[in-house]
Design a protein around this ligand. Structure first.
Ligand code: CUA
Length: 160
């Protein structure tokens, strides 16, 4: 009988270690993903009056700004397109996108990256990405926004 209890104890201990190991693994994994995806996780960067997006402030002048070694893009996602209509940046440099919408909800998915924030009218969403490979990357709307949704596309040109 005593012999059996020892076996049970051994199994119990093994399962406790297994459980603790899994918890530790998940904590490490979450930490790793948070570091690896730093910047690409969309954050709220303030609010604007959606009715004023086209006429006032940073988004009335959609543009690519070079700030030191990095780029900051002020972009509008509207029915049915994006402004600026073409975004030109350089490979290997951090690009921070600040995006808002003057009308309805849109998407801002950049193909071949994990940049994919939801754009809500009056909310400024911010994501960063460093394009390591030069080329053309399309920006695609993946939130249904009306009749022109399927044609709501723009592009980013990443120069070497
Ligand atoms: Cu904009 Cu769908």
């Amino acid at each position: 009988m005593e012999h059996n209890e020892h076996i049970v104890e051994r199994y119990e201990r093994a399962w406790i270690y297994f459980g603790l190991g899994m918890i530790l693994l998940f904590i490490v994994l979450i930490g790793y993903l948070m570091v690896a995806n730093r910047g690409t996780i969309p954050i709220g960067a303030g609010r604007v009056d959606a009715t004023q997006v086209r006429t006032q402030g940073d988004f009335a002048n959609p543009r690519v700004e070079q700030v030191g070694n990095e780029f900051v893009v002020y972009a509008q996602a509207f029915s049915f397109g994006y402004l600026p209509s073409e975004i030109r940046v350089k490979a290997g440099r951090k690009v921070t996108f600040k995006v808002t919408s003057p009308d309805v909800q849109h998407g801002f998915q950049i193909e071949r990256t994990n940049v994919n924030p939801q754009v809500i009218p009056g909310e400024i969403v911010q994501v960063s990405h460093t394009f390591n490979t030069p080329g053309e990357y399309r920006i695609i709307c993946n939130e249904y926004c009306g009749i022109g949704h399927a044609n709501m596309i723009s592009k980013i040109i990443v120069e070497p």
